[in-house]
Design a protein around this ligand. Structure first.
Ligand code: FES
Length: 148
């Protein structure tokens, strides 16, 4: 059975643009679960794999459960060269979760992503739509406190 919010989103995306549909569904805090993606595929008239391919390709979409606050830290080469790995470890320690996981209170999910267009301030991450750069392990607790 199609979730009512998903049904409404599908109703005003008559052109069947999968990227826009998936983004809006996720922006409404609905996980892109297998069932939701199957509903979207059926409604738009494409295969499940067409929907899954898009949902798993773009860094701003996630087929994993997402939290109220979505942390996306860049793991591409420029950020890697600026030690994003130690920042990732600091986030893991602060939240007690690994990339791809969600905190028990569902306040945060944590994802590794490709370049977010902030190479000039590498290592960089986004929390929801806000970018943070020149990250160090020492800055992580203070940044995350803004969202707790
Ligand atoms: S490589 Fe990390 S933001 Fe571009």
């Amino acid at each position: 059975m199609v979730n009512n919010v998903v049904r409404e989103i599908l109703a005003h995306h008559k052109n069947g643009n999968l990227i826009s549909i998936l983004k809006e569904v996720q922006d409404n805090r609905i996980d892109l679960s297998k069932d939701v993606m199957m509903d979207i595929a059926k409604s738009v008239g494409v295969s499940f794999s067409d929907v899954y391919e898009i949902a798993s390709f773009y860094s701003f979409l996630s087929t994993e459960p997402i939290g109220k606050n979505v942390i996306r830290i860049c793991k591409s080469i420029p950020c890697f060269m600026k030690s994003c790995d130690v920042v990732i470890k600091a986030i893991e320690k602060e939240l007690g979760i690994k990339p791809g996981e969600i905190t028990a209170d569902k306040k945060f999910s944590f994802h590794l992503t490709n370049c977010i267009g902030a190479c000039d301030i590498a290592p960089a991450m986004m929390i929801n739509k806000k970018r943070y750069g020149n990250l160090t392990p020492g800055k992580i607790a203070q940044i995350l406190d803004e969202y707790k």
